[in-house]
Design a binder for this molecule. Sequence first.
Ligand code: F6R
Length: 608
Amino acid sequence: MCGIIGYVGERNVVDVLLDGMRRMEYRGYDSAGMALLSGDRFDVIREVGKVAELEKLVHDRGLTGCLGIGHTRWATHGGVTVENAHPHSDESGRFVLVHNGIIENFLDLKEELENRGDHFSSQTDTEVIVHCLARLYDGDMVHALVELQKKLSGSFALVILRKDDPDGFFCVRRGSPLVLGLGDGENFCASDVPPLLPYTREVVYLDEGDIGEVTRKGVRLWDDKGCSKEPTLQEVDWDVSMADKEGYSHFMLKEINEQGAVVRNTLKGRLAEGRVDLSEELQWSQELVASWRNLHIVACGTSYYASLVAERALSKWTDLDVRVDIASEYRYRTVRTDEKTLAVFVSQSGETADTIAAQRLARGLGAHCLAVTNVRGSTLSREVHDTLLLKAGPEIGVAATKTFMGQMTALYLLALYLGRLRGGISAAEEIRLAEELSRLPYKVETVIARENSLQGLAERYVSCRDFLYLGRGYSFPVALEGALKLKEISYLHAEGYAAGEMKHGPIALLDDKVPVITVIPRDSLYEKTLSNILEAKARRSPIIAIGTDGDSLLETYADHVVTVPWTDEEFTPFLSVVPLQLFAYHVAKLRRCDIDRPRNLAKSVTVE
Ligand code: F6R
């Protein structure tokens, strides 16, 4: 939440900052701002709304320069106003900074500063940080930032300009991500990699507590005690086209269309002689694997739903006691986590505050921790014992689509691998399932090619206000995910329910204005779900069924049938989720919603 950026070099800093902020807008889009340093003059421009609003202001003022910082905001402390937009400065106007994160003790600090005579012009925690910094600074920036870290509790990544330092900027991270981008005669820093991609793929991920100085000539790093350290250079394997729309009207549609490739890429290099082999990435000894009794999967939102799908496969293919939790719940109740637990944390961004905190808890209790994430170098991936990457490429649309697919793929690989290591599955069965997994990209692409029918359905039902999504077994989490997609991008009320639970309550909601979207592949629970369709039909609800190719029976029960190719029961979510994503997309488009940047949301939820 909130994206921050800094640049120093020969280019027009205004263009670099605006472009970078647009590429990070998924992190927040309540307001935006930038500060430029030219000579010893700061120009600070802030505006409410998206980056495009700021852009108009900046161009009206004809600003240029070579050094500056920028911010795109998802409001936490203080309403969405120009005064609360970043950057913020201290009273003397010596420092200007942008912040991503939350300062938990800001009220105490503010009171202390006010007692010492400071005045504040915003309600933000960020303004308190810059006032503290101004008071701590005694000519040594590194020392001031070491001391500042001791004063602040909470999470933060900061990029800071100092009026008497025209050569560059400082930055610091604790709890919120920050990555430096290294160029030729120019250097960058940002919350995420996408803003850096047009200029460089050489990056340095800051560690917890790291302090950086970024100038045109290079970067210098210190740890949280002020000891100098060598930057560790890494090359990112994403390229700039991956973060562009490439002709699609929305990132979400582009990302839905990439899903076949995501499964393919996530499988690549992980199947050998028809069997799953993750031994290069997960260097687990036989003793370690044999010591596990429990498997906990912890995640939020869409990642949680991908985990619920995987829970079913993991329970089937391994002998482990599998449980899946929402991260914000896992943290606050008694869970038997110990050395006999493999704890898997699933997070697209690797920056979700609750998931990270849950990981710290599980690790503290002795669990072996594995991250399943899309972002190499993310906070989560740096804290766990092992990481399994999705290889989905950057996901820019705020509503997750292709990473849901990538997460299911990675978790299924894990399930088959664990099944093999622990003897829960025969070699022949593993080979057969791995073969079907390899066929999925083509099947996913077949479903995507049927987009037109979903557009038609969206036109038919766009005026409805409430939707019920039903599914059983593997299709239950798909129903949850389908409902989540519709509500987050179209702002319509949608509920996902276990089909068998409908008669225990939600059935009271049904009438001819409430469509029931039922995920009903030809699986072992088919007949049961068919009965639920009949129950809903008896209450006059229009029925939309997501079924299997060739299922003519469904036609007689449902008002509309959308089918996907046949696959084994375990793999049905990979196919049946796609029509639900496309339906949500087209409904939102018809309702003229801001599909890639839905209101009130941000892609990485870095607050608890
Ligand atoms: C929904 C969505 C969110 C995220 C959730 C977890 O489309 O994107 O529900 O899935 O905020 O985010 P990650 O996976 O980054 O931990």
